[in-house]
Design a protein around this ligand. Structure first.
Ligand code: ZN
Ligand code: ZN
Length: 333
């Protein structure tokens, strides 16, 4: 194929303008579900090593996609998925302008299509963007679907979030989980059953870290049963969102106990699992029980219900899904 003089890097013709790399006008042809697409080549090469590599060859004569008769064939993919990817790669005023705002609004299925193709072509910028948009989509992706998408497109954090989300639900049956395959379904049921085993660690021989739920933090000076920490919506240090089922940890425990399944710990020994800092910082707790403590600070004791190691849902998720989550995260940089 003869390139116009402007494309020859060694052109000595001084009167020929050079082409800026922002848009060279070179076209790449694709064929999906019988439809031809002609798109700018530069963006594909800039976003994906797969396409950049194709054009590093000395001559691109034989490269697929060079013309209408030799398109890149997308077998097994949907035209709709490809169109969605193009909407993100080549936004136009029609897809971007919404009233007075500039927004890239794709629906959930379109973002999944973008995720699918950006994954197979190693377009990490677009892949990460699709993951972040899908993570924030309303209504949020149900836990079971999140696990399926995580496995189809290798998204480690979705596998973790989906499994942990299923553990926090009030009730889940084996048949709800069947779509995940019997092995995964059985493991999730097993973790849900095991994580109900709370107890008191042996203060003489056991070593930390000890884990407990946010809503199990109670006053250490009376037998009030209300949670002291339920009004903390996030970690004061790393701002990871908290809910009542949030697991926290401490490295050491104090001796003694006021109830059979309660363990005393110092407020300042509590750690956020994500950042290891004290999630409550300088904030103080108020007990509404009989003890009359209104401004409990970091030096005061609280009671928590330690979740025994064999019943710690986070440790069990790590045991059963840790390798798979790690493998996905490792390749997702
Ligand atoms: Zn109290
Ligand atoms: Zn934190």
């Amino acid at each position: 194929m003869d390139l116009p003089a402007a494309f020859h890097p060694n052109s000595s013709m001084e009167n020929v303008a050079r082409v800026d790399s922002f848009y060279s006008g070179r076209i790449l042809w694709f064929k999906v579900e019988g439809f031809l697409f002609a798109v700018g080549r530069d963006e594909f090469a800039a976003l994906s090593d797969v396409f950049a590599g194709m054009y590093l060859l000395p001559s691109n004569e034989a490269v697929d996609g060079r013309d209408e008769s030799h398109p890149i064939m997308l077998e097994g993919y949907l035209k709709a998925d490809f169109r969605s990817l193009l909407k993100v790669m080549y936004p136009t005023s029609r897809t971007l302008i919404l009233g007075e705002e500039l927004r890239l609004d794709l629906c959930k299925d379109e973002w999944i299509g973008v995720l699918k193709l950006s994954t197979i072509w190693n377009m990490s910028t677009i892949r990460q963007y699709a993951i972040s948009r899908l993570s924030k989509i309303e209504p949020s992706i149900p836990n079971i679907e999140k696990i399926q998408l995580a496995r189809a497109h290798r998204v480690g954090r979705w596998l973790e979030e989906g499994v942990k989300g299923l553990l926090e639900l009030g009730s889940v049956t084996l048949s709800d989980l069947e779509v995940l395959g019997w092995k995964t379904a059985a493991v999730i049921c097993h973790i849900r059953e095991s994580s109900n085993s709370k107890g008191r660690p042996d203060t003489e021989s056991s070593t930390g870290p000890y884990r407990f739920r946010l809503d199990s933090i109670k006053c250490g000076y009376c037998t009030a049963t209300c949670s002291l920490a339920e009004k903390h919506p996030e970690c004061g240090n790393c701002h990871v969102p908290f809910n009542n089922a949030r697991m926290l940890r401490c490295q050491t425990i104090a001796r003694g106990s006021v109830e059979a399944d309660s363990t005393w710990i110092l407020t300042n020994s509590i750690q956020c699992i994500d950042c290891s800092a004290n999630p409550f910082g300088e904030s103080s707790f108020n007990c509404h029980g009989t003890c009359g403590f209104t401004r409990m600070n970091s030096a005061h004791k609280v009671r928590v219900s330690i979740v025994l190691p064999n019943g710690d849902p986070h440790a069990l998720v790590e045991d059963y899904f840790g390798e798979e989550i790690k493998e996905y995260k490792l390749h997702d940089v």
